[in-house]
Design a protein around this ligand. Sequence first.
Ligand SMILES: [Zn+2]
Length: 495
Amino acid sequence: MSLAAGMARGLGIEGFELRKGKGVIGGLSHCQGRPSPRLRLGTGVDDIATIKSMKQRTLAREVSIQGSALHSGEAVTLTLRPAPSDHGYVFKRVDLSGAPEIRPRADLITDLVRATTIQSGHAKVQTIEHVLSALSGCGIDNVVVEMNASEPPILDGSAKPFVDLIMSGEPIEQDKDREYFTLDAAVSVTKGQSSIIALPCDELKISCTSADDRGIHTQHLSLTIDPDIYMTQIAAARTFTIYEDIEELLKLGKIKGGSLDCAVVIRGDKIISKEGLRFKDEFVRHKILDIIGDITLLGLPLKAHIIATRPGHAINADLTKALAEKLLERQKGPKKKPRPAMVMPDETALDIRRILDTLPHRYPFVMIDRVVEFIGEDALVAIKNVSINEPYFQGHFPNNPVMPGVLQLEAMAQAAGILMLRRGSSEGKTSLFMSADKVKFRKPVRPGDQLILNAKLTKTRGTKLATAEVTCTVDGQVVSSGELMFAIVDSSAVD
Ligand SMILES: [Zn+2]
């Protein structure tokens, strides 16, 4: 949740419909001041931050917490249950028939005004970012989050009660390695005055600048996020709101005093909550807490440097969606390698796709349909199928369609051009038709004819100039011929 969310809502704030802010873990009174228990792992090492292996983690046992739901104010029980490797996080609405499960994913986000809400079918869960932030921040990969309401308890408006809950469930390593999503290029999103950029990085680092419209509480913090940092620097930061935004509701008696336990209330430059600030820059820390929660909807832990300016749930979701697209592309595998734009030495023929790869010509000026064969280094046989659908027959001539001689010459030039590009290193080269000599047109070529072109290189001068003789036949009869000269140039020279 965030300040922006509370303001956008226009009525009330995160947590202010609550009657109670205190949570209960495992039936025992939850103590805010208690230091986080050390993570216990099967390796015998007792501090998660020092663990070098990157195995997936779940909880050794199921744990529950009770509190009030943010929006309904009703009592809700949230239970974290151990889950197998590669399971991920799944919410389970045990209050609905069939106990539907919802996997938190960016494409299921339906509402970002109040907090982060996801919906699958009729089942919805909302305000899920703090519990997800705690799970991710503590390095938990696999867990079922059972709730008997649509949202987790708000507790004190921070993630600390969830961290304490996770620790009481005794995180344990699993067999499989954790898979991270890493970037090979920056991903960025801008929305109004907010922007967020994820840069390639070999760890999760968040640099955040939070600011309110009045410019009173601009704060900045940059942290590398690991479980130790998360638990000591981030988890306890509470959500916050501006007093003026809730003043009307207070006057109407719609917000009870007890609700001040679950958010920091700012009035002007003063904090009027019962509990003072936990960090002098608590607001930016909570923004980082929300980012960590919101990016879990990617579905894989992220390694990136996130630079956020005035972030909120909407822009966090946009970033997560953009990252999810990249992840999907990655999962689909590498893009098909483009075919080479040159004739490869081992190609013995070219179909129309390869001709289009090789020649720059396009409709209505592709005058070769196929290279039937290359004969040695210096010759080829190509065909051009002449059809009544050729556009030039409309005017050449309507009652007596005949293929123009200049287009036969163009076909000869294209055939010879392909031949030339097969010699030596032709990548990035284009052949330019320089001159034609001894051109003869002997018989008309009509729709239905197949023009067979025999092209042979006769002279070459270095790698820059070449001459080719080309003969065109239809049904074994020579219909045209010519001697063509070409210059081989860099493709960039003709762009
Ligand atoms: Zn929040």
